[in-house]
Write a protein that binds this ligand. Structure first.
Ligand code: GAL
Length: 416
């Protein structure tokens, strides 16, 4: 026989469960800069998660701004304020290790990598990039390529030019295009995209060995070879639109698509934008080449997600990370994102023609890391590189920029 007390207790519990839609622990907050146009691939991952865990309410917190320029600042406030999101996007490499790992704010994910068998599923070089202090600190969801130059095949045909393969050819082609009325053949966007363009020019001028030598400290930024990077960068900028700082990266890509400009140097998230958002066919609506002078080299970066210490929904976050690292997760996300899977066993039949070519290059090219997207430089250097860029843009003085870069390299002990 039920005693009244237990009846009331049962009734109270039943009504609690009936009315409470999601308990505090039934949520998952993920944090990224994949907002708006950049959102579809992330949405597909969230949908997959929601299918598997229908009782978990996913809070998709995004802060707009290409390359995470604004998101990183918001994340910093939250991390320092003791309010970390359950999992956040971060570039694989020093961007996480040099910040929240050294501050002891991240969980080591080595056990997760072991239990999911990921140490064998991801390339060794990528695992090395994610590792430091005897730990593995984030789960990579993709591989993006930084050094790509996009064009519209029909427009180049109309103008009678072909995609330039070297930096000299690029400069000459831009001159020709100006003669045909294309005043600003290179479409450029807001400030971080200058850094993005710079790393392609630097790779083109230096080649993969010297590019890598910059980051090991073996090649000084004020070496004549590295000074030449700035001089060439100045020449390249002559062909860019003067209103670049007011354009998002998508708006810069749009200029190229509309034919106001001929070329756009941007990472292959631009392929995601053009194929997924704008529904253009790779090879027809848009074409691609390695950025001038960088054929045979793949400048990589990887988006990853980490697990801060002390999050509110740790189990849900671990399941999120499991999904990100799974074959199903990667092959759901990447065909839409414009990136290839970080895993070695992805199903390439799900990927478009651009991505299949990127996957081939990833396997056969020399691989180097991106500065602008957190892979290659210590965070203390990468975060100050914008100052070097400002010095160059204000003075157009290659030596001054090169010296400033070396001063920062010395200050942060680059290569030591
Ligand atoms: C990169 C990121 C890409 C893409 C791009 C533009 O840093 O790795 O996934 O989001 O920024 O925002």
């Amino acid at each position: 026989m039920n005693r009244p007390g237990s009846f009331f207790l049962a009734a109270a519990l039943a009504s609690l469960f009936a009315t409470a839609p999601a308990r505090a622990q039934d949520k998952l907050e993920i944090f990224s800069w994949w907002a708006g146009d950049e959102g579809p691939a992330l949405k597909a991952l969230i949908d997959l998660y929601s299918k598997k865990y229908p009782n978990i309410q996913v809070i998709n917190s995004t802060v707009t701004g290409g390359s995470g320029v604004n998101a990183r600042a918001v994340l910093k406030t939250r991390m320092l304020g003791g309010d970390p999101p359950d999992s956040f996007q971060v570039h694989a490499g020093q961007e996480l290790i040099g910040t929240w790992v050294v501050a002891n704010r991240m969980e080591d994910l080595s056990d997760l990598f072991k239990s999911e068998g990921w140490t064998a599923q991801f390339p060794k070089g990528l695992i090395a990039l994610l590792s430091a202090r005897n730990g593995i600190w984030s789960v990579p969801v993709n591989i993006h390529r930084s050094n790509v130059m996009w064009h519209v095949p029909a427009n180049l045909k109309k103008w009678g030019v072909s995609p330039p393969k070297t930096l000299d050819e690029f400069l000459a082609t831009c001159k020709t295009l100006q003669g045909k009325g294309v005043q600003h053949p290179l479409a450029l966007g807001e400030n971080w995209t200058y850094n993005h363009l710079w790393e392609s020019v630097a790779l083109g001028v230096l080649g993969p060995e010297d590019w890598t030598a910059l980051w090991t400290g073996k090649l000084k930024f004020n070496d004549p070879k590295a000074v030449k990077v700035w001089a060439t960068f100045g020449q390249v900028l002559e062909f860019a639109n003067p209103d670049a700082s007011g354009l998002s990266w998508q708006q810069a890509t749009d200029r190229m698509l509309k034919g106001t400009a001929a070329f756009n140097v941007m990472g292959d998230w631009a392929a995601g934008y053009m194929a997924t958002t704008l529904k253009l066919k790779p090879g027809e609506g848009f074409g691609w080449e390695a950025s001038p002078g960088t054929g045979g080299v793949f400048m990589m970066l990887s988006d990853s997600f980490g697990l801060p210490k002390g999050v509110k929904h740790r189990d849900a976050a671990l399941n999120w990370l499991r999904e990100l690292g799974s074959k199903e997760g990667q092959d759901t996300f990447n065909p839409l994102k414009g990136s290839i899977a970080a895993r070695l066993d992805s199903d390439l039949s799900k990927y478009n023609a651009y991505l299949q070519s990127a996957a081939k290059d990833w396997k056969t090219n020399k691989v180097v890391g991106s500065l602008a997207h957190g892979a290659v430089a210590p965070e203390a250097f990468a975060s100050q590189f914008g100052t070097v860029m400002e010095i160059f843009l204000a003075s157009k003085n290659a030596e001054a920029a090169a010296n400033a870069a070396q001063a920062i390299a010395d200050q942060v002990g680059l290569g030591k």
